[in-house]
Every structure is written in C-alpha cells, then in structure tokens.
Design a protein around this ligand. Structure first.
Ligand code: PMP
Length: 285
C-alpha cells in the first residue's frame, strides 16, 4: 500500500495528494511548517513542536485557530497508517488559495494543511557515529529565521554547495559569527568543557532539540553558555556538534577543511548523544 498524506481534512494516497497551483504556499512560500521525529512509533517533544507552529503562524499574521488535539490525532493516525517506526512527520500550513496578490491583508483565506510522513533512520546513523564535515558559508537568508517558514531556498542551496565539494553540510556566518546550520543549531565545546550555542534572537531558529538539550544539561549540572561564537572559535574548539529533530545530536569533526579537536568524535559529544537519547524517552507521545 502506498503511503497516505493528509490534505485539508482527508487522507489520500500519496500520488493523489494535491494542492492548488494558486496556493500561496506555492506562489509566495507564504507558509510555515514543523517536523517532528518519530521513534518506536512515538512523537518526540510533540507539544514543543506544536507550540512553535502556533508561534510561527502568529508571527506571519496567519490568523488560524489550529487545534492541538486534532493535529495530534491526525499525526498519530498517519504514523499508524504508514507504519512509521522511525522517521519524521511534517505539517505544512499555508495561508491558503487566492488570486496572486502580494497583499494578503484584505482577503479572508482558508488555510491549507498538509501532513505527511517520511521513513528515516535517526538513531545510530553513520553521521551520529562518525561525525560530519561542514563548510562555512555567507548567511543569505531573510532576517526572521526564528519563524519556521517554508522559504528554504538559501538553506537548500547552501547544503547543495557543501555537497558539491564533498562536505556534509554548512554553517552560516553573519558579521563574523556563526548563526546556525542549514537545518540545525550549531554548538561548540571549549577548553573548559563548556558547551556554547548562540543565544536566541531573530537570527536563528529556536530549535526544539537545542532547547531540550540545554534543559538536560542544566538538570545534569553540565556547563553551558548561550552566546554567539566566531568561525575561529569554532575551528579552535575541542569538539563541535549540531542538533535537530531530524538528526538529534550529530558530531562535527571538520570545519572548512580544518579538524575540530583531533578530527574524531569526542567524548563530550558522545556523552551528549547518550544524555539526549536517555532523556527523550520521557518525552514520547
Ligand atoms: N535551525 C534551522 C534553520 C532548522 O531548519 C532546524 C530544523 N528544524 C533547526 C535549527 C533545528 O530545530 P529542531 O531542533 O526544532 O529540529
């Protein structure tokens, strides 16, 4: 059986799931989204993802009273229908369909909701075990990166550029400081075994994985600091890693061709990977 996709109240075979060519999500990237990990058929940190979705909707002035219980049950339904044991659930919400017009303020739209699943290995991946190599690239995204919109072209181009030169991903740099990864938050660990990740602002997405990891650090009396760091600090770090719902905690072993620390996965990152996996067991729904 083909996978099912939810579109505006109905479930479709994935080949039959469609939205209008006049959907503002397609015409203007006038849309927000969330991606939540699925482990053993359970959603990870679901409430936090839903709360960020509501915030993204609010920030783009998309007045939509999205219902928590309803969305949760659709996502659980899809996980079951599509037999997802390990993978991801995406929800995309657009402003809706209308005449092509930059000005949306004078029209009452009916939002489009699409929910789909993706089977994906998240635990024990080669990336998690061996680490990834990244390159730094100039930040080219818009200035409200705290909103999780579907306008992902700059990130997509960045990741493709990294791939073309044989690297796994990129970190963006703005005014000499790392903002974040193409689809992840960036962390370094310094000589004092202090974990550093950039403080929250409009410049980066407040990752749910980032926030959970910092919470677990606090709970376990581990040292961390939320402050911006330079490319040089990153290169001189003992260890580095990224966090995201699609990867959890993945070590970074090389930046712009320079080894991070010894150029192998360090003991602290391994500790964070373990800590994260242990702690999220209590956050499955
Ligand atoms: N930053 C960006 C730009 C992202 O796309 C993502 C992935 N959603 C993250 C950070 C990490 O966020 P989360 O931990 O919520 O997946």
């Amino acid at each position: 059986m083909n996978k099912q996709v939810y579109v505006n109240g109905k479930y479709f075979d994935k080949n039959d799931a469609v939205v209008s060519v006049f959907d503002r999500g397609f015409l203007f990237a006038d849309a927000v989204y969330e991606v939540t990990a699925v482990i053993n058929g359970f959603l990870v940190d679901w409430k936090a993802h839903f709360s960020r979705l509501k915030n993204s909707l609010k920030e783009i002035n998309l007045n939509f009273n999205i219902q928590e219980k309803e969305i949760f049950s659709i996502q659980k339904n899809l996980i079951e229908k599509n037999k997802i044991k390990e993978g991801l659930v995406y929800i995309q919400v657009t402003r809706g369909v209308g005449e092509r017009d930059f000005n949306f303020s004078e029209t009452q739209f009916k939002p489009t909701i699409v929910i789909f699943t993706q089977e994906k290995k998240i635990l024990n991946t080669d990336r998690a075990k061996e680490g990834i190599k990244i390159v730094t690239l100039e930040e080219k995204r818009w200035k409200r990166r705290d909103i999780k919109t579907t306008q992902l072209l700059a990130s997509s181009m960045g990741k493709s550029e990294a791939s073309k030169i044989g690297k796994d991903d990129c970190w963006f740099i703005e005014n000499g400081f790392i903002t974040e990864g193409s689809s992840s938050n960036a962390f370094i660990i310094n000589d004092n075994n202090e974990v550093i990740t950039r403080e929250l602002s409009h410049n980066l997405l407040g990752g749910i994985t980032r926030s959970s990891l910092l919470h677990f650090c606090k709970k376990n009396n581990m040292k961390f600091r939320e402050s911006k760091f330079t490319e040089l600090e990153a290169k001189n770090a003992n260890e580095a890693f990224i966090t995201s719902a699609t990867n959890f905690v993945v070590p970074v072993i090389e930046i712009d061709g320079d080894k991070v620390g010894k150029g192998v996965v360090g003991s602290h990152v391994k500790k964070f990977q373990k800590l994260y996996l242990n702690e999220i067991q209590k956050r499955l729904s």
